[in-house]
Design a protein around this ligand. Sequence first.
Ligand code: SF4
Length: 64
Amino acid sequence: MEKKLLIVEERCPQNHACPAVKVCPVGALSQNDFDAPVIDHGKCIKCGKCSNFCPKKALVLQSL
Ligand code: SF4
């Protein structure tokens, strides 16, 4: 099944360094200051590590 990673910005408090950025094995997440993380969909392999790691469930791996 095809999947896509989404960021739900309303769930992200945007007041800290995103811990999920460090767990991505391919460097597909980046963050400017304390903004919600940005997804590079060209790099993302849709493994779901970041969505399991985010305590606020702001990263969602959605089945299309
Ligand atoms: S789903 Fe996997 S590859 Fe994609 S951003 Fe999250 S940790 Fe990185």
